[in-house]
Design a protein around this ligand. Structure first.
Ligand SMILES: [Zn+2]
Length: 428
């Protein structure tokens, strides 16, 4: 508990400061003093009483007493500016209360202190859009403060052997982005890995939109595609041509490309070293991205497979992009049990469309494993593959009932999920 002597000293420092003209801009005396050590009882009943008493003792009397002290100096009530300073001064005690007593203390203060209630975490919407880009991935996140991150850019329109579906998927993505990003500004374009179903339109996006930062994993930069520069080489050139900042995220470079603002944290999720098979399989050099917003979170893992998933240092997540389009080589039992997703999105092609004829995503076992974590009794049918993709037989594609918190672009088209930071996502 703060001693009354310390409290009086702070008030007298504040009063002296306010009473000495001219002194703009006014410093805030309490900022220099560290908060007093306070032990909050763990027992719930004791804790409630403690928080109520302590928050009251450090708040309501603060503002009242400070007002009285200011009035005493010249007999006039505090001016608007003086009141602002007093509120700031007392706000420090309020912050201490909230820090130690959490929402309980904050709620008490809002009801008793006469100060405006501190902002609760969350409230504004975070929007996560998964585009129906066929056998590929492209997701646009709009943070509550309006900043935008595009995670992967779908399949290139001219992928060999794909034909019209790939053209349509690419055209759909670019049209959807034009609509959803009307000012043409993207804060980050994040490329999980080199494959053309993830980096396929990165160059076009970088040429069409004003992108502040382009991120990739820094590997296979010179890889060719049919004798021409591959998707990453084209993306790098487009970024360089426009002066877009190029950032590599890999085991040695894990800084976030976006600053923490308010209640939002954007974090790369990368192993401390690449898995051994990363050289042969670019899927396992995927750079994952996690966004935390109060009680809600979303994790994109690109095409990371079980070996890399095992090296990701991350835990429970609200919304999971099912790795590698719902393949049975990803979303291992151990990883699924660790991240325990409340909502899942599978981005893959339809069963008989374009490149998904060769991949057969998503797999029944993977979908059943993930849907078990989503806490919903309501079910919807979903087409899944239950066989050997290299030797498909009639009847391998089956419709099963899965949780209505599992979404799939092949069934649902474009998917917009929003959260206010309360640990829930809703489809709009
Ligand atoms: Zn992929």
């Amino acid at each position: 508990m703060r001693s009354s002597a310390t409290f009086a000293a702070l008030l007298s420092a504040l009063t002296a400061c306010i009473a000495t003209p001219p002194s703009p801009p006014m410093p805030l005396p309490p900022a220099a003093e560290p908060p007093p050590p306070v032990e909050v009882p763990e027992n719930e009943a004791d804790r409630a009483k403690f928080c109520a008493d302590w928050c009251a003792s450090t708040s309501k009397p603060c503002l009242e007493q400070a007002q009285k002290d200011v009035e005493k100096t010249d007999g006039a009530p505090p001016s608007e500016e003086e009141m602002k300073n007093l509120e700031l001064f007392c706000g420090v005690t309020r912050a201490r209360c909230k820090r130690r007593c959490g929402d309980e203390g904050a709620g008490f203060l809002a009801a008793n202190s006469g100060l405006p209630a501190p902002a609760a975490c969350g409230g504004a919407k975070m929007k996560v859009r998964f585009y129906d880009v066929g056998q590929a991935l492209a997701a646009l996140v709009e943070l509550p403060d309006g900043r935008r991150i595009l995670v992967d850019t779908g399949e290139q329109p001219t992928r060999a052997g794909c034909g019209k579906p790939c053209k349509d998927w690419s055209a759909h993505l670019l049209a959807a982005l034009a609509k959803d990003v009307p000012d043409k500004k993207l804060d980050v374009v994040w490329t999980t890995h080199q494959h053309s179903d993830h980096a396929g339109n990165a160059d076009t996006v970088l040429k069409t939109f004003e992108v502040a930062t382009y991120v990739d994993n820094g590997t296979r930069l010179d890889e060719k595609d049919g004798g021409k520069p591959g998707p990453i080489a084209r993306a790098r050139k487009a970024a360089a041509d426009r002066g877009t900042k190029i950032v590599v995220v890999d085991p040695e470079h894990v800084a976030s490309p976006l600053a923490d603002v308010g209640d939002v944290k954007v974090r790369p999720v990368v192993p401390s070293k690449w898995p051994t098979n990363c050289d042969k399989d670019p899927n396992d050099c995927s750079i994952a991205l996690r966004i935390d917003y109060c009680k809600s979170s979303v994790l994109f893992t690109g095409d990371a497979e079980a070996k890399e998933e095992a090296l990701f240092a991350t835990d429970a997540v609200t919304l999971l992009q099912a790795g590698h389009h719902g393949s049975d080589t990803s979303s291992s039992e151990a990883f699924a049990a660790r991240v325990r997703p409340g909502w899942v999105v599978i981005s893959s092609g339809k069963k008989d469309e374009g490149t998904n004829r060769d991949y057969c995503h998503p797999r029944r076992s993977t979908v059943e494993r993930l849907e078990g974590f989503t806490a919903s009794q309501a079910k919807r049918p979903l087409e899944v593959f239950d066989g050997i993709c290299k030797k498909p037989k009639p009847g391998d594609w089956v419709s099963i009932d899965v949780s209505d918190r599992v979404f799939a672009t092949a069934r649902d088209g474009d998917i917009l999920l929003t959260t206010t930071g309360d640990g829930q996502f809703v489809r709009e």
